[in-house]
Design a protein around this ligand. Structure first.
Ligand SMILES: *[C@@H]1O[C@H](CO)[C@@H](O)[C@H](O)[C@H]1NC(C)=O
Ligand SMILES: *[C@@H]1O[C@H](CO)[C@@H](O)[C@H](O)[C@H]1NC(C)=O
Length: 399
């Protein structure tokens, strides 16, 4: 009797799991596909020096820094790992906190101190079959379109190259929320881009909620890159060779346990930046920590300064056309602590000048104002500096 119940429970649980995958766009796979996935996982997941089971359900492996997946990339065969960026003195700014919109604490990201990876190793979120299936079946394409992909909506501020300006750094303090996403995906991000849409080079970072990619409803710190509009290269986090991890604690794909709630007592924001060093590598810095970099060799157009920088949000609807909330889920209002904001928005131009977005050098793209909006305040005050608010409730937003 007891055994029967256990067996029944297991069967029920397995059915439930495959159901869940079905609903989230994950399919049930054949034996051949399963073996193929096993093979891929063997290539992606390097032998760990130590493994850590996180409180969020996924496993983090500490991998020899010289043997990480990035170096499987054919373009990185002769790459010499850089433990720190080669910036000219004084070219980077430190992102600060505070202001009218936000007086926030950085969220917990990555491993706790006691779990930090041993010297000479770096934390890598271990890839699972589900990750690979989701990566195959979900499009990444939306990041490359100007603003016209069906089912994808943007609320962004972007600056494009002009006669006097291209970009080597973008930063912002990104307010972290955890909007309820049942299906689809939602993003708060900064991004650098180069080249034409059909061959775009791109690096993005920020937070996202995507039950189908992560198997949970948490907000996750993410990175994303490509050199050819995702035709043959690029991926989220460390699911493919590309990003070189340096820091022993913070890692792409980690869950963000701390999120703001509208009018809540605690507000969280993560200062983030992407900056190109003297060797044209793109460094990723989060809450003052240099996580690692995307080597220049990976790119064609992003070997040069970026042509476009972007701050804002995106949302992808489910197959039945229901769009998830963006930001905090509440439209921008000047009130602090209610809608999601970016403060301390800066760029550095190739000539070394730091500035925030000024008229008329930026565009605001809101392709579905019934569902999502963005309000840019320019230089708001001495703490928030250049700031915007964005987001909205989603729903039936149409094509
Ligand atoms: C942030 O999350 C961590 C881990 O769950 C928790 O221990 C900590 O109390 C949270 N911080 C705040 C200020 O809520
Ligand atoms: C916004 O949140 C911050 C941090 O929790 C708090 O110090 C501030 O008083 C809040 N502002 C308002 C207007 O609620």
């Amino acid at each position: 009797m007891q055994l029967e119940r256990i067996v029944l429970f297991v069967v029920w649980f397995l059915c439930l799991r495959s159901d869940t995958y079905g609903v989230n766009g994950r399919r049930i796979i054949s034996k051949e596909e399963d073996m193929e996935l096993e093979k891929q996982l063997k290539l992606i997941n390097k032998p760990p020096v130590k493994s850590i089971q996180t409180a969020h359900g996924h496993v983090v492996d500490c991998i020899d820094i010289e043997k990480q997946l990035a170096f499987d990339h054919p373009l990185l065969k002769d790459h010499k790992i850089q433990r720190r960026p080669s910036f000219r003195q004084g070219t980077t700014k430190k992102v600060e906190s505070g202001g009218h919109l936000l007086s926030s604490t950085p969220p917990v990201i990555g491993l706790e101190d006691i779990d930090a990876c041993p010297l000479g190793t770096v934390p890598i979120r271990r890839a699972t079959k589900e990750d690979l299936i989701a990566a195959k079946s979900l499009s990444t394409n939306f990041h490359t379109q100007s603003a016209t992909t069906p089912g994808t909506d943007y609320a962004i501020l972007q600056m494009q190259k002009n006669d006097v300006r291209s970009y080597q750094e973008i930063e912002a303090e990104i307010n972290v929320y955890n909007p309820r996403v049942k299906e689809g995906e939602t993003f708060a991000y900064i991004s650098v881009r180069g080249g034409p849409d059909e061959d775009i080079n791109l690096v993005s970072t920020g937070w996202m909620v995507s039950p189908s990619r992560y198997g949970d409803t948490s907000s996750h710190f993410f990175t994303l890159w490509t050199r050819d509009a995702f035709k043959t290269t690029g991926c989220y986090n460390t699911l493919c060779p590309g990003f070189v991890q340096i820091d022993p604690k913070f890692y792409p794909g980690s869950a963000l346990p701390n999120a703001s709630v509208p009018s809540g007592p605690d507000q969280f924001a993560m200062p983030a930046s992407l900056s190109q060093d003297e060797k044209n590598n793109w460094w990723l810095t989060i809450t003052g920590t240099r996580l690692g970099y995307f080597p220049a060799e990976l790119f064609s157009t992003l070997k040069n300064p970026a042509e476009t920088v972007v701050w804002g949000g995106a949302a992808i609807s489910s197959l039945d056309g229901v769009s998830p909330p963006m930001g905090s889920g509440i439209f921008p209002s000047f009130e602090p602590n209610i809608s999601c904001d970016f403060t301390n928005m800066w760029y550095r131009s190739a000539s070394g000048k730091h500035n925030g977005p000024h008229k008329p050098f930026y565009d605001i793209i809101i392709d579905n104002p019934a569902c999502y909006r963005l309000k840019y305040y320019g230089y708001l005050d001495d703490k928030a500096k250049f700031a915007l608010q964005f987001g909205g409730p989603g729903g039936n937003c149409g094509p």
